[in-house]
Ligand binder design. Sequence first.
Ligand SMILES: [Zn+2]
Ligand SMILES: [Zn+2]
Length: 146
Amino acid sequence: MSKEPSSDMVRKGSCVCGDISLEVRGEPVRVAACYCDHCRVNSGGFAQLGARFPSSALIVHDPNSLLNSYTFTDTSSGNPKQKYFCRTCGSNLYAAVNVPDGEGIVSVRVPILDPKFEDKGLHPKIEGFPQNKPRFLEDLEKQSQL
Ligand SMILES: [Zn+2]
Ligand SMILES: [Zn+2]
């Protein structure tokens, strides 16, 4: 019996200062770009890109105990959500969603994972709160490049 090749996939990432690193195994349940108010502010951008995995797929290496969390309770689903970040550099690493009577889910921030974005195989296939998507995105490719 052979496993699906993709189930052995390991993606690694770290915060900006490098004190916290993580790895996630297997393929995500889903990859989404979310434009909700929490995600916009939390990401510091126009969308948060999250790859959802079962909690058991995530391994965090935090030798100096710098991982900090903040709990959102006013979520659209009503389920509390913890965001995890590095207390030294502030990098937004992942969120954990508590699903009653279910296995925990983590949403790993796609941009922190290696390698460069186009090579990750983690293109978002779902949009959350698309009504909040900025209209300028449609025109951005036509603009001059830095
Ligand atoms: Zn850091
Ligand atoms: Zn969101």
